[in-house]
Design a protein around this ligand. Structure first.
Ligand SMILES: Cc1ncc(COP(=O)(O)O)c(C=O)c1O
Length: 454
């Protein structure tokens, strides 16, 4: 790969001389992102977070619809141009002669396993590649032996699909599922004590999110994993939103299993996920689809799912390279910078209340939630969409089998391609809503999870 040597001065003068259009010559190229990285190499992640020259380069690496303002990156995220191109390339290549190329591409995914393990801090033999977090988590949720009366402790604010999976085991195997409720934002001590108090002699599993998909609430994973281990309890952590979002190493969490969506914050093509299983725990989980006995201790047993689109997995390698060219610390700092911009601006509107932790040190980054007292969030989300083309999701607790929580809020989740202008438009709109109430006929949009089935 050609490596462009940029000094910060040269980088900035090239931008200054030709304007943003100059950057658009090859907006998707990884070398340009690396060059931008060199130009800020001596700066802290927090300093880089405020460097618009740097982020302009990242913004141009995506093919987006900028006529909409996407503040709903808690869903799946667009992949960068390099990954999109790679996805087309692999699809074409495999299509030429599937029996030949499919096996080749499948075999090469061992490289991805190694790269993922190296980047996110675990042994290569502990990393399974899946099609998403639902698959990763259901492998371990359905794959652990539990007897009637055994208890799983989880929370009401866990992901509905994962709660549905435990509920099905309750119906099928007669296990007991305890769902804890907690206020938001909650302290790390509160969450720890909540689990500690709930443990009974029949508790066999703790299942919780690293950060929730609702308000971005962070959980004390290492402390809860140590508590669980001391009592012979297995820890399953839903890391759908955490990996690639803020810095940590998987092995440091000390949990037994950890499931991730890579089509969220790693910006991988849709249909990528991973499952970390602590080495000693691999034999404790049955794979979701049968694997031969010789693979009982092998992390690859979780990947035996038959024919599936290998191009999607292979193209994830470019998303990982793109991610590495920026670095998780810078990504986390930028996500927080973007969210804190509107959080700080809305402080002067007493009717608005943020439900995410905004203090220091940071405990929330790209996922935060806010409401405006007296305004219906479904209607507010519809009004933002209609009047400002802003895409956010309203959160309203639903009835079982969806989770029940007792607040309403808008989830606001920008991404590294979000511009300051987009955040400022959101601020302007929210300030107007907080001052004036509704300005036209309400047209509510569906809320999550109350109005959707996942
Ligand atoms: C917390 C959480 N867990 C699990 C999932 C499921 O992830 P996937 O869509 O990759 O299956 C999601 C998806 O939004 C999520 O937010």
């Amino acid at each position: 790969m050609r490596k462009t040597q940029w000094s910060r001065r040269a980088f900035m003068s090239s931008v200054g001389a030709f304007g943003a259009a100059a950057l658009a010559f090859d907006p998707k190229s990884l070398p340009r992102v690396e060059a931008a990285g060199q130009s800020v190499a001596r700066m802290t992640p927090e300093e880089v977070a405020a460097d618009e020259f740097y982020w302009r380069e990242i913004q141009l690496a995506f093919k987006l619809d900028r006529s909409l303002i996407n503040l709903n990156n808690g869903f799946t995220c667009p992949m960068p141009g390099v990954a999109l191109d790679s996805l087309f390339r692999y699809t074409e290549m495999i299509n030429m002669l599937p029996v030949h190329y499919q096996g080749m591409v499948a075999g090469n995914s061992e490289t991805l396993r190694r790269r993922m393990a190296n980047e996110f801090g675990c042994d290569i033999e502990e990393m399974a590649l899946t099609r998403g977090a639902s698959e990763a988590l259901q492998i371990v949720q359905n794959g652990i032996d539990l007897e009637a009366g055994d208890e799983v402790i989880t929370t009401e604010q866990d992901y509905p699909r994962m709660l549905t999976t435990w509920d099905q085991r309750m119906r099928r195997d007669g296990i007991k599922v305890t769902r804890l409720q907690f206020p938001v934002p909650a302290t790390q001590d509160f969450l720890y004590n909540m689990f500690e108090k709930a443990v009974s002699p029949r508790t066999k599993v703790f299942h919780f999110t690293h950060i929730t998909n609702l308000t971005g609430q962070l959980f004390p994973v290492q402390r809860l994993s140590r508590l669980a281990r001391s009592k012979g309890i297995v820890t399953i952590v839903d890391g759908a939103h955490a990996l690639g979002h803020f810095p940590f190493k998987l092995r440091d969490l000390e949990c037994d299993a950890y499931g991730v969506s890579l089509h969220k914050w790693l910006l991988a093509p849709i249909g990528n996920g991973c499952l970390y299983v602590r080495k000693e725990m691999i034999p404790r989980f049955w794979p979701l689809q049968a694997a031969p006995e010789q693979q009982d201790n092998n992390i690859r047993k979780f990947e035996s799912i038959g024919t599936h689109p290998w191009a999607i997995r292979a193209a994830m390698g470019e998303s990982l390279a793109f991610h590495q060219a920026i670095g998780t610390a810078r990504i986390a700092a930028r996500l927080r910078y973007l969210n804190m911009r509107w959080v700080d601006a809305l402080r002067s509107y007493p009717r608005s209340k943020v439900l995410s932790e905004t203090g220091e040190p940071p405990q929330a980054w790209g996922v935060m939630a806010v409401f405006i007292d007296g305004l219906d969030v479904r209607e507010l989300a519809g009004w933002l969409r209609r009047n400002y083309r802003i895409v956010v999701v309203p959160l309203v607790g639903g009835a079982p089998p969806n989770s029940v929580f007792d607040y309403q809020a808008l989830r606001v989740s920008p991404n590294i391609y979000t511009t300051l202008e987009e955040i400022d438009t959101f601020i302007e709109a929210m300030a107007r809503a907080a001052k004036e109430d509704y300005l036209d006929e309400p047209e509510p949009v569906p809320a999550y999870p109350a109005d959707v089935t996942v």
